[in-house]
Structure formats: structure tokens, C-alpha cells
Design a protein around this ligand. Structure first.
Ligand SMILES: C[S@@+](CC[C@H](N)C(=O)[O-])C[C@H]1O[C@@H](n2cnc3c(N)ncnc32)[C@H](O)[C@@H]1O
Length: 410
């Protein structure tokens, strides 16, 4: 889980006892959020580096170091004892039980020093330098804070109802987004879930669909639509929606989500790079696949798993999808391009590329008045750039890093 796969919170099916689940989630999220500092500690304590082919050794070590150094309230004894026991039980790691004990004892002796390590270590250089240049020092300090704090739960409401908001223990953020700071139960057990009265969607992710600005009833194509957060918003706005995604399993989830919300759309499973509609659309929303670095509050592992080459690959794919999105657009139609990435290469630079390479496409700048409560996210050029250090509607808890551009076809 720590070495390569994406992190997803443990669910009831994995651990039956809620307290065990909470403890496991706390340990794992701490190890993932503090990965940069743990890398530093491991480098300092393992003279010969991480041993190869050692089964669960690295995962056990990271979890135990996270507990020893950053979660002192859990006690050192269990971290040390259980780590050595876990390593002994793994035939591929067993030979490293002595090393595990020695490294953890040394970490324990130095835990005061290690717990004061700089937050600058939390964001890898791969992204840190670009982000510093793009967003400045103050924003970057906010990024580290947001990475450690994690994300509250944001919902988009189907209908605004103050009784529902109260019963959810939520607070309004901007537009029809509300925020639950502390959640004491699974999403499915929250009021209004089974009645389809809201859907989970980060504040930033809910911005693009609101900017389409077309008349109700207009035909709109939602490209890369699954699992359907933006599709639901487009339907709520009264558009006649075609939702397209190339991933059949994710399209199933989209279908389930729309069914729960009692919403309907035309569903198409196809490649957004080659899809050719029978007639062009008045609006196209392209939520392009991207590095997803803007989601690091919820997926702290993304910043460690993405490389510069990954970003370059996404940039090429986004250009192919943008070109076809443009082909699907009617004259006078509106195109929204968005990504949940903090990389200017996937955002601001793609706008320059599109304006140079798609003749007839022009920018339709977003006005600050269109983003009440988040005016600072609208740039001088009328693009939208959010990042995790921002406070939408003045609320704590940050928001995903998102980029949105709005175009019109002449
Ligand atoms: C950022 S997610 C979309 C989130 C979605 N718009 C929402 O608001 O819930 C990106 C989606 O792009 C889809 N995708 C990736 N490559 C694609 C392609 N060539 N054609 C169509 N969909 C693609 C993925 O399956 C994924 O569902």
C-alpha cells in the first residue's frame, strides 16, 4: 500500500471494528502525509539504504516510524514490539527483525529531533520548485499545512435546504457546495444520501460546470465524465447532457450515481480523443485526465508517485482530447477545459497551445463576479486557478488544486 498503489481509506469490509479502522487510517495517512520526512529519517538511519526484496519490511518500518516520531500519543512500545513481530512473521522480511529493532530504537532515541524536521521536506523537489515559482512562498507553506491536515468532506447539494445542511452538520462554502469538517460515520450513512439529495464533490471540482453559462435545455457533452460529479451538476443546471468516458467500470459508477440522484443523461462509453457526434454540441466540458497533483490532501501519495515524464505524457493526451473536444463544438459554443492538477504545463500552458493550434477558438475570460467567495482564484487573464492553501468562502480546510479555462468557438 505504501510502495506503489494509490491510497484509499480502509472501509468496513477490511476491518470490522471502527476503532481499529480509525487507528489504521491514522497510522497510514500519517505515514503517507509525512513521507518526505520519513524518507529523510530512513536515509539517516539505514546506512546501506533500503534492503531489496524484503517483503513487508519497508511498509512496517514506515508505519512504525510514523507512530514513534509523529504520533507519540500512541506510545512507543507497541510501535517497536509489533513492528518486530510483524517482520518476523513475514518469511521474506524475517531476516531483518534485528535491523528493524535497531533502527526503531535509534529513531526512538532521536524522536524529539526528528519530530522537528522541516515541513520543506514534505513536498518532493519534482514539484516543489515548479510550485514555488508558480504560486510563491506563502502559498507553498499553505500546501504543506494542507497536506498534513487532509481534506474535509465537501458536498454539492441537489436542492438547497437549510434543514438538510443542519442535519449534515455542514456549513455553506460557495454556491451550492457545503462542507462537513468532522465526519463521524461513512458517507453512505449521512442524512440525505439514499434519498439522492447531494453528491460528494470537492469545492474546486464543482467550479468548472458552473461556468458554462448556456441557456437551460442546451445540448452539452461531458467528456471524461466518470464518476459523474460534473455530469450531475450539468443536469442540475437544466442542460441536455451526454456523458462520455472510456472506462466501462467507471461508467457503471456514473450510472449508479445518476440513478441515486434520480438524474438521467445519454451515456456513451468511448474514447474522447476520437468520438464523433452526429451533430455538434452547444457546450463541451473536458475534465481531462491529468497528474492529479491538486488532490494531494486526499491522495497524499500522488506527489511521490508522479514523475516529470508522467506530466509530459498527460500533456500530450490533453492536447489530443482538447482537439477533439473542439471538433465536437458548434459555432458559438462554449468549451470548458479543466484539470485537477497544479502543474502549469497541464493548465496555463495548455491554454496557450489551444489558442495557437485550434483556429476559431478564443478565450472567454471568467469574471471575478462569477466566483463569489473565491475571487482570488480568478487570474488577470480570466482563468481560474485554485490551490490547496486557499480558503473558499473564508472557510478553513483548503480545496483541491484545479485549473479551469473557458473558451468560445467563433
Ligand atoms: C478526472 S476524471 C473525471 C472526473 C469526472 N469528470 C467527474 O467530475 O466526476 C478523468 C476521467 O477521464 C477518463 N479518461 C481517460 N482517458 C480517456 C479517454 N481517452 N477518453 C475518455 N475518457 C478518458 C477516465 O476514465 C476518468 O474517468
Amino acid at each position: 500500500m505504501l510502495a506503489g498503489e494509490n491510497f484509499s481509506a480502509l472501509t468496513a469490509a477490511d476491518l470490522a471494528d471502527g476503532r481499529d479502522r480509525a487507528l489504521a487510517n491514522r497510522l497510514i495517512t500519517t505515514a503517507l502525509r509525512r513521507q518526505g520526512q520519513l524518507n529523510f529519517i530512513i536515509h539517516a538511519l539505514l546506512d546501506k539504504g533500503m534492503p531489496g526484496k524484503s517483503g513487508t519490511f519497508e511498509a512496517v518500518l514506515r508505519l512504525s516510524l510514523a507512530q514513534l516520531v509523529f504520533l507519540p500519543d500512541l506510545g512507543a512500545h507497541s510501535a517497536l514490539f509489533l513492528a518486530v513481530e510483524a517482520v518476523k512473521r513475514d518469511p521474506k522480511a524475517r531476516h531483518l527483525a534485528g535491523l528493524t529493532n535497531a533502527v526503531l530504537r535509534s529513531a526512538q532515541a532521536n524522536s524529539a529531533k526528528f519530530s522537528m524536521l522541516s515541513d520543506d521536506l514534505l513536498i518532493p523537489e519534482t514539484f516543489g520548485d515548479t510550485w514555488l515559482e508558480a504560486y510563491g512562498e506563502e502559498a507553498i507553506a499553505g500546501f504543506s499545512g494542507a497536506l498534513l491536515a487532509g481534506a474535509p468532506l465537501d458536498l454539492t447539494l441537489k436542492d438547497t435546504d437549510s434543514d438538510l445542511i443542519d442535519s449534515l452538520g455542514a456549513e455553506p462554502v460557495i454556491a451550492d457546495t457545503v462542507r462537513i469538517e468532522q465526519r463521524d460515520r461513512p458517507v453512505e450513512a449521512l442524512p440525505g444520501y439514499s434519498e439522492g439529495r447531494w453528491w460528494v464533490q470537492d469545492t474546486a471540482s464543482a467550479i468548472p460546470a458552473r461556468l458554462l453559462g448556456l441557456a437551460a435545455g442546451s445540448r452539452v457533452l461531458d467528456l471524461c465524465a466518470a464518476p459523474g460529479g460534473k455530469t450531475a451538476q450539468l443536469i442540475k443546471a437544466g442542460y441536455q447532457v451526454t456523458a462520455l468516458d472510456s472506462d466501462a467500470r467507471r461508467m457503471e459508477r456514473l450510472k449508479e450515481n445518476l440513478t441515486r440522484l434520480d438524474y438521467s443523461a445519454e451515456l456513451v462509453t468511448a474514447d474522447a480523443g476520437t468520438y464523433a457526434p452526429t451533430s455538434p454540441y452547444k457546450g463541451v466540458l473536458l475534465d481531462a485526465p491529468c497528474s492529479a497533483t491538486g488532490t494531494f490532501r486526499r491522495h497524499p501519495e500522488v506527489v511521490w508517485h508522479r514523475s516529470v515524464a508522467d506530466v509530459a505524457g498527460r500533456v500530450r493526451l490533453q492536447r489530443a482530447l482538447l482537439s477533439n473536444a473542439f471538433r465536437c463544438l458548434d459555432a458559438g459554443g462554449v468549451l470548458i477545459y479543466c484539470v485537477c492538477s497544479l502543474e502549469p504545463a497541464e493548465g496555463e500552458s495548455q491554454v496557450e497551445w489551444a489558442l495557437q493550434n485550434l483556429p476559431g477558438l478564443e478565450l472567454w475570460p471568467v469574471e471575478k463576479t462569477e466566483l463569489a467567495g473565491l475571487e482570488s482564484a480568478v487570474t488577470d487573464k480570466g482563468l481560474v486557478r485554485t490551490h490547496p492553501g486557499m480558503a473558499p468562502g473564508g472557510r478553513d480546510g483548503g480545496m483541491d488544486g484545479f485549473f479551469v479555462a473557458r473558451f468560445r468557438r467563433r
